[in-house]
Design a protein around this ligand. Structure first.
Ligand SMILES: Nc1ncnc2c1ncn2[C@@H]1O[C@H](COP(=O)(O)OP(=O)(O)OP(=O)(O)O)[C@@H](O)[C@H]1O
Ligand SMILES: [Mg+2]
Length: 639
């Protein structure tokens, strides 16, 4: 403290010309610098209720145990100093316009509050009649209070000596963006568009009321938990218990449709927390009470089935409790109504491909081996052409497959098809009849023979015989493919299963009523590997199919849950159908651009730390930033 006073005195000597400073000034400077408590005391006195409410809460959380608080410590902030941050200023205009660029809303921030203000935080400016304007800080600016030139030697040297500035020499203005007007209607808090201007000199305060914040940001009261509302990586705190604000995604028909069936994207760079986040969200959909009507308008409700494609072999772990979760975590999850713990009905459907072996030391889920029967190719010719066929070759492949299956029926195998094609007489016949040119025939044959080894008809039950186990209400079926080293084989297996699910959902005459009847979430980690927009017949078929499926999702109760580090590589037509975008840290500019979220969110994305995310779900809420749960709700990781 003495050093600061000394510094101030030196500064006075240098600057004494423009302002006579007295010991009184010095005294108040010392008070301000020395004790933040004093500075805020005056403000809190006026609002004893709020201040005590907040204190009481702080005490309570202190009592819950030191190690729990640690988790929140990093993210905690105590709100503004006292109740008011400052007042609305009119000197440069105070105006609410119909268009954003016609709005001018600026608050003068008092000196004691300045170091605590951050861009993105939520403020409330009350109107005299009880309504209030809820806004967000979008800019912060120091200005000169006294006109003078501070680009001079004396100022610079003084600053370089390390002395603090006198806040009173400057103005400090927060630019605000209105979010909504809050008002009460028959006791219920409601929001509407910002349609009125607050009075000059209105005292603005930091938003710290759970109901107020949720209403203003249109965050649903109930639904699927995604994380806690945050600004700049810190959770927003209120006077309530718990002090955090849970962000949920609508999951019932009362307010539209469950948003799960309008699809979800989790995008983020390597290690940003995609899988951790995805597990936490999927775990919510597997919660015991979460049910959906078997068909639109039906009274009979069933739980959803979740099928998760899993290239890194991580999701079968959802069968197990997280060994790193303590009783304190569990108590907190209970209190917030978050489904947690290992999901018993988790089954790993393990593709048998060639000699690849699957080991499962990292989870205790049941395993069911399966194979992809070649008969699935009959209605999905592109599966037999993973190397890509051109527009000439594809119809030829279709013709050949039809001929083959007409003769062999559902028992036709891949080997059988290869020897069927290895027939000069057939080639000649088709060439002479003008159906398939010889060169085309040969190209198709090469492609079919070029399929990776051991994809079809292996020594395991065909997935088509396992449908009732694969898709089951309340069950998480995981399809791990890490043990399959060939990426084309992986792609074929994943697309065969995914398209089986999607086709049955879309079919007016489904072969497997179980799939058609069951509300279904299809999760796909590393989705860019399967739903890329490439210029091949296969890619076009797959993308077309998934686009249709996504469009029909609402009706058929089919939700896509896509997870990717390369969102720019996911076909745009599928992407466009995704309503809820959860974006974790992304460094790549193209990737950020491709997720197409509002600029205020996009700008945060490269700076976010693990577990920090922004959510853009326009039919659910205003765009927001969240902090995911620091502890995974199920097992995650191999440590
Ligand atoms: N909200 C969070 N808070 C704290 N740690 C987190 C959070 N989310 C994830 N983590 C941790 O960060 C690490 C990386 O997370 P995760 O495995 O989900 O990353 P990823 O994005 O899926 O990475 P990859 O690109 O390798 O698939 C894990 O140890 C995970 O538990
Ligand atoms: Mg991952």
């Amino acid at each position: 403290m003495a050093a600061a006073v000394g510094a101030t005195k030196r500064r006075l000597g240098a600057d004494g010309v423009s302002r006579g400073m007295t010991d009184e000034d010095l005294g108040s400077f010392a008070d301000f610098g020395g004790s933040g408590d004093d500075a805020s005391a005056g403000a809190t006195d006026e609002t004893g209720v709020d201040a005590t409410g907040r204190d009481a809460d702080a005490d309570e959380s202190d009592g819950t145990g030191a190690e729990t608080d640690d988790a929140f410590e990093r993210v905690a902030y105590d709100g503004a100093n006292g109740d008011g941050l400052g007042v609305l200023a009119v000197s440069e205009g105070l105006r609410i316009g119909e268009r954003e660029d016609e709005t001018r809303l600026r608050a003068y921030v008092t000196s004691a509050n300045r170091s605590n203000v951050r861009i993105g935080r939520y403020l409330v400016a009350p109107y005299p009649d009880g309504e209030s304007l809820f806004c967000r800080i979008v800019g912060l600016e120091y200005g000169q209070r006294f006109h003078g030139d501070d680009a001079n030697e004396i100022h610079a040297r003084r600053a370089m000596d390390g002395s603090a500035i006198d806040e009173d020499d400057y103005t400090f203005i927060a630019d605000l963006e209105p979010v909504s007007v809050l008002y009460r209607d028959a006791g219920e808090l409601k929001r509407r568009m910002a349609d009125r201007v607050p009075k000059p000199e209105t005292v603005v305060r930091e938003a710290d009321d759970d109901e107020e914040i949720k209403t203003a940001l249109k965050i649903p009261e109930s639904g699927v938990f995604l994380g806690h509302l945050a600004v700049g990586g810190e959770t927003v705190r209120t006077g309530a218990t718990p002090p955090t604000i849970d962000y949920r995604v609508t999951d019932d028909y009362a307010t539209g449709d469950p948003l799960a069936f309008r699809h979800t994207l989790v995008a983020g760079g390597t290690g940003s927390g995609k899988t951790h986040t995805a597990k936490n969200v999927l775990r919510q959909y597997l919660g015991e009470e979460r049910t959906y009507p078997v068909e639109a308008g039906s009274d009979r409700e069933v739980r959803a089935a979740v099928v998760q494609f899993d290239p890194q072999d991580e999701y079968a772990q959802m069968h197990d409790d997280n060994p790193e979760a303590g009783t304190e975590d569990e108590r907190r999850w209970e209190r917030e109504g978050i489904a947690h713990g290992g999901h018993d009905d988790t089954v790993a459907f393990v593709p048998k491909v060639g000699n690849a072996t699957y080991t499962a030391a990292h989870h205790d889920a049941e395993q069911i081996p399966f194979t992809v029967p070649f008969s699935m190719v009959r209605s999905r010719p592109w599966l037999a052409a993973s190397a890509g066929l051109n527009d000439n070759q594809y119809p030829a492949l279709q013709t050949l497959l039809n001929r083959f299956f007409d003769r062999r029926g559902a028992s036709g195998t891949y080997e059988g098809f290869c020897s069927f094609l290895d027939d000069p007489a057939l080639k000649e016949e088709l060439d002479e009849s003008g159906k398939i040119h010889e060169a085309t025939y040969e190209a198709v044959f090469r492609r079919v023979r070029g399929m990776p080894n051991g994809v079809f008809d292996q020594d395991a039950r065909p997935i088509t015989d396992l449908v009732r186990e694969f898709v089951k209400p309340g069950r998480l079926s995981v399809v791990p493919t890490y043990h399959v080293s060939d990426s084309r084989a992986t792609e074929t297996v994943v697309l065969a299963l995914a398209s089986l699910l999607v086709d049955e959902k879309l079919s007016s005459d489904p072969r497997f009523p179980r799939i058609a009847e069951t509300p279904l979430l299809v999760g796909m980690d590393e989705a860019h590997n399967f739903l890329a927009d490439a210029d091949t017949v296969q890619a076009r078929q797959v993308v077309g199919k998934f686009t249709d499926a996504a469009k029909q999702g609402r009706k058929e109760r089919l939700g896509l849950f896509l997870i990717t580090q390369d969102p720019q590589d996911v076909a745009e037509s599928v992407f466009k159908q995704v309503n809820t975008k959860v974006v974790l840290n992304l460094g790549d500019e193209d990737a950020i651009k491709s997720v197409n979220i509002p600029p205020a969110l996009a700008e945060k994305v490269p700076y976010m730390e693990t577990g920090q995310m922004v959510v853009y779900s326009p039919d659910n809420s205003e765009p927001v930033e969240l902090l995911g749960l620091p502890t995974c709700l199920t097992r995650h990781g191999r440590g």
